[in-house]
Design a protein around this ligand. Sequence first.
Ligand SMILES: Cc1cc2nc3c(=O)[nH]c(=O)nc-3n(C[C@H](O)[C@H](O)[C@H](O)COP(=O)(O)OP(=O)(O)OC[C@H]3O[C@@H](n4cnc5c(N)ncnc54)[C@H](O)[C@@H]3O)c2cc1C
Length: 428
Amino acid sequence: MMPARKRVAVLGGGYAGMAAAAALARAGLAICVHEAGPVLGGRARRISIDGRDIDNGQHLLIGGYTGLLALMHEVGVDPDTAFLRTPLDLRVLPDFHMRCARLPAPLHLVAALLGVRGLSWRERWALIRAVRGAQSANWQLAADLPVADWLALQAQPAPLVESFWRPMTVAALNTPLETASTQVLFNVLRDSLGGARSASDLLFPRLDFSALLPEAAASYVIAQGGEVRLGSTVRGITRTPQGWRVEEDEFDAVVCALPPHRLDMALADVAAAQPVLSMLADWDYQPIVTLYLQYAADVALPQPMVGVAGGLSQWVFDRNYTHATPGLMAVVLSARGAHSALGQAELTEAIVAELRQHFGWVAPVWTRVIAEKRATFACIPDLQRPANATADPTLWLAGDYTAGDYPATLEGAVRSGLAAARGIIAAI
Ligand SMILES: Cc1cc2nc3c(=O)[nH]c(=O)nc-3n(C[C@H](O)[C@H](O)[C@H](O)COP(=O)(O)OP(=O)(O)OC[C@H]3O[C@@H](n4cnc5c(N)ncnc54)[C@H](O)[C@@H]3O)c2cc1C
């Protein structure tokens, strides 16, 4: 007689939940994923609008996302074909341009900093001084502070702030410069620019975000005898003497991989979760708006992504580089800003005018605004984030918001899911 396999419920089929599910299935546990939505992926998922398959938001990954890349491999998605991979190349209009050369670290960074275009020598030197200073402190601050305050201490000139630090910080942390955590920005820089050359590579997905990892992870879980339930909203779980009751089924352990603002939906009556729910009660969140615009087929960018400083648009992605959709652009507006006060029609009009001014593109034939109101938690200095473990050894948390080095990212979510899985395996 084989002993019955231990059963684990995973609540939420985003990147964190599916990473946990795959790791637990690999360890031989019987997994049941409950996902409320009709597709897997959560905040990084495929949506179908007007007959087009697009994503709920344009995402960008970097070579330093080692946990995510390894997991893709494991569940059968080849990162070499799933991404268009380029060395770091940040072009921000009107004239900033920084490129990493194909040289071994740290020469790639030295060459990138020395070769920056669109800055005066004084500004270039200020950038080198700030990056070198952070690097020689091992990317560690004595006390965290807002990025804007740190930049002021480093005497960073205004044109450098606007063309490099502001777009980079808001893209990496989805939090305005004035309130973003410098320590978390340092962590990102350490593991990208400060790492091996390949760590700073830009990875532009060729697949939609449900296919990139969550659906392949689901196939893997099912192949190991597990189950993935879509449209299954968990409205509360109950501790029983033997384990947990989730939607009429009994489990030995639970990974809660819901977004932080939805945790109370499942855990409101769970004693072990109360400290976490109190910690999260006053968290602030930041939005991300993606505006898709279909132009004529000959409209194109000179590279997959170009930044725009000084207006509403932040980063423009040419989807034709990755999705064979000539003329389809995605404009990303991260965090709260001047655009937040505009309605969808006004915003579209303003962005179309900016793109015409910068690139000369005339009116698009199709547009769509997708606003994710709670795209990420606001990544402010010294934010206390919950651990994966709770007071109950059979209840673990997974998600981009749990304690870790990174802001809310796909890599943070995957690492958190894997950590929760390790915790459960050790516990049961
Ligand atoms: C527009 C946008 C752009 C972004 N850009 C980037 C980027 O460029 N690079 C990057 O690394 N990161 C980016 N991010 C952040 C990244 O998408 C998130 O950090 C990551 O997807 C979070 O994954 P998660 O699994 O922790 O949470 P989620 O994706 O939120 O997963 C939680 C899941 O739980 C489900 N759920 C909720 N309630 C219930 C319930 N009661 N019962 C069952 N299921 C439930 C949800 O439907 C969801 O599928 C972006 C996010 C957005 C929104």
